[in-house]
Design a protein around this ligand. Structure first.
Ligand code: BTN
Length: 259
C-alpha cells in the first residue's frame, strides 16, 4: 500500500517561488508529458508540475517505454526558457535529481551522459525533455522525470540487470513527496542560475561518470566505440575512437565497457 500522495502534499511547505507552485495531480495517467504539453498550450504558469501516481504509457528517450507503476515518481515540469537555455535543461534536471536523492536518502549517485541517474552503476532515474521551438523562439519545454522509488527491479525482466530503485537500495520506503519537494527546490535554484549557464555546465560535468571511460555509444542507428574524452557546454560528447578519430555525439545511449 503506497503512502498518500496529492498536490497539496507536494506544495505544502514548498519553499520555491515558481517551480511547483502549481501542481496538477492525477492518480493515474498515460503520460505526464501529454498533460504538461496541454497545460503549456493553455499558457499555464512557468514551473507548473504535472504529477501522476501511476503512469500507464510512460515514454523514455529513443522511443522506449518507461515503466512507472504506482509507488514511483513520474512528473513533468513546464518551462518557457530562452533558446540559449535549452541545452542546460538536461544538466539542471540531472543535477537536481542527483542532489535530491543524495539529500533525502544519503545514497551516492552518478550521472551517466547525458542524463541518466545511477546508483552503483544501475539506473534509478530517467529524464526526457520535449521542446516546442519555432525559429529562435521556444514556445515551451517540458522536462519529464521518472524516479524508481518503490520498484522491485529484479521482478521486471527487461530492466532487472540494469535498473535499481530507492527501495531496492535502502530496503525501506521513501516518501515520494519528500523527494519531490527537494527536487523542485533544487531545480528552481539551478534554473535561476541560467544566466550563468557555465556554472551549471561545470557542476554537471564534474559529476558525469562517463568521462575518461571506455564506452560504446548507440546513436541514430550507429554504434561507436572509444574513450569518452570530453563534453562541451551544449552537452555534446566527444569520443576518441581507437583509430584516433574524434567523433561528436549529440544524442545517444552510452554503455560503459570494462574500465
Ligand atoms: C529515459 O531514460 O528514457 C527517460 C525516461 C523519462 C520518464 C519520465 S516519467 C515522467 C515523464 N512522462 C513520461 O512519459 N516520461 C517521462
Amino acid at each position: 500500500m503506497s503512502e498518500s500522495y496529492s498536490s497539496s502534499l507536494i506544495t505544502s511547505g514548498l519553499q520555491t517561488s515558481f517551480i511547483g507552485q502549481k501542481v496538477v495531480y492525477y492518480p493515474y495517467l498515460p503520460s505526464t508529458m501529454d498533460i504538461a504539453r496541454e497545460e503549456a498550450g493553455r499558457g499555464t504558469a512557468e514551473g507548473t508540475v504535472v504529477i501522476t501516481g501511476e503512469q500507464t504509457e510512460g515514454r523514455g528517450r529513443m522511443r522506449r517505454t518507461w515503466l512507472s507503476p504506482e509507488g514511483n515518481i513520474a512528473l513533468s515540469i513546464v518551462l518557457y526558457p530562452d533558446i540559449a537555455g535549452l541545452p542546460y535543461l538536461v544538466m539542471i534536471a540531472s543535477l537536481a535529481v542527483a542532489r535530491s536523492i543524495e539529500a533525502v536518502t544519503g545514497l551516492k549517485t552518478q550521472i551517466k551522459w547525458p542524463n541518466d541517474i545511477l546508483i552503483g552503476g544501475k539506473k534509478v532515474c530517467g529524464i526526457l525533455i520535449e521542446n516546442d521551438v519555432k525559429g529562435n523562439r521556444v514556445d515551451y519545454a517540458i522536462v519529464g522525470i521518472g524516479i524508481n522509488v518503490d520498484l522491485k527491479a529484479s521482478d521486471v525482466d527487461e530492466i532487472s540487470a540494469t535498473a535499481t530503485s530507492l527501495k531496492d537500495e535502502l530496503d525501506r520506503c521513501v516518501l515520494r513527496a519528500t523527494v519531490i519537494r527537494h527536487l523542485l527546490t533544487e531545480f528552481e535554484r539551478l534554473y535561476l542560475l541560467l544566466p550563468e549557464g557555465e556554472s551549471i555546465f561545470k557542476a554537471w560535468r564534474a559529476r558525469l561518470d562517463t568521462l575518461g571511460k571506455r564506452v560504446t555509444v548507440s546513436s541514430g542507428g550507429d554504434v561507436l566505440e572509444g574513450v569518452a574524452e570530453s563534453v562541451d557546454e551544449s552537452g555534446v560528447l566527444s569520443i576518441r575512437q581507437s583509430d584516433g578519430v574524434l567523433v561528436d555525439v549529440v544524442a545517444g545511449d552510452v554503455t560503459l565497457r570494462d574500465n
